[in-house]
Design a protein around this ligand. Structure first.
Ligand code: URA
Length: 284
């Protein structure tokens, strides 16, 4: 078979990065034996899910553990493998008094599984005093290369959506549910979402926007803890609060631009959401 056909198939299947010739266990290299247990169910599940799109030689990123997120501040009961990273993240985020400090704190945060495979951590982009904060899902290939959120095709659509209601991209603040690109653009692992959430929350607290926009289901679920479809959630204004926000932030869930690129029939609904955002901003 022509090797070009194989490569084209890999590209279509989302395998668009070559990470290495042979697998490397970076947890073991880092001296952390605890997470190198390859018999654990979450590791197997992750490998199985990813396997149809992977070449056999490609290393498997190893999530810390696929457990439900621990609420920031910690939950009651026994310490789980996910608690420690979340606790560290909560501490680092809470101690950051500015976005620059938070960015540096994130870079020092080692318990971020996706940073093992990401080229760059993608922290966020925009005005530190923006009226609107938008949270997407995860950086894609272009964002990973440049370390800036929403600069690929989805980002270009997002820029046009913002411009359609008179918002310049530089006037809003944009970030993501996780800060590292999941290899092959698969869904971000649950443990990674939990470990990133304290940083995302702190972004919202520090920018202190008038409106929050969750782009897609992953952002809605992580920020609001609601597991409903975007189609349902987008129909009402929701409210986002943390103990450190002076007041609850009105929150709109809308379709992720990548989904709109695949389902252009939903652009009409997204346009309606943008008009709602404009109207709300006019009221505030
Ligand atoms: N999709 C996202 O959710 N975030 C980005 O930064 C780019 C694409």
């Amino acid at each position: 078979m022509d090797p070009r056909c194989v490569l084209e198939f890999y590209l279509l299947a989302g395998v668009d990065e070559s990470i290495g010739e042979t697998p490397r266990n970076r947890y073991r290299e880092a001296g952390d034996e605890r997470r190198s247990d390859s018999s654990s169910a979450p590791h197997r599940a992750e490998r199985d899910r990813a396997s149809p799109t992977r070449s056999p030689a490609r290393p498997t990123p190893q999530p810390i553990a696929a457990r439900p997120p621990v609420p920031p501040g910690g939950g009651a009961g026994a310490e789980t493998a996910t608690d420690a990273p979340v606790r560290t993240a909560v501490g680092l985020a809470a101690a950051s008094a500015t976005l620059d400090e938070l960015h540096r704190a994130l870079e020092s945060f080692e318990d971020c599984a996706l940073r093992q495979t990401a080229t760059n951590l993608v922290f966020g982009d925009g005005a530190p005093d923006a009226r609107v904060v938008l949270i997407g899902e995860a950086p894609g290939a272009e964002e990973d290369r440049q370390g800036v959120p929403f600069i690929g095709q989805s980002g270009q659509l997002l820029n046009r959506m913002l411009a359609s209601i008179g918002l310049e991209r530089a006037a809003v603040f944009i970030s993501n549910t996780v800060f590292g690109r999941p290899p092959g653009n698969r869904n971000p692992p649950t443990a990674e979402i939990a470990a990133c959430l304290p940083f995302v929350e702190r972004i919202v607290e520090l920018v202190d926007p008038e409106l929050l926009v969750a782009l897609g289901g992953a952002a809605a679920k992580s920020l609001l803890g609601i597991n409903e479809s975007v189609g349902k959630l987008r129909r009402r204004w929701l409210s986002y609060s943390t103990p450190r926000l002076a007041r609850p932030v009105p929150t709109k869930v809308t379709f992720h631009p990548a989904y709109l690129l695949r389902s252009p029939g939903q652009k009409r609904a997204a346009w309606h959401d943008m008009l709602e955002i404009k109207r709300k901003l006019g009221e505030l």
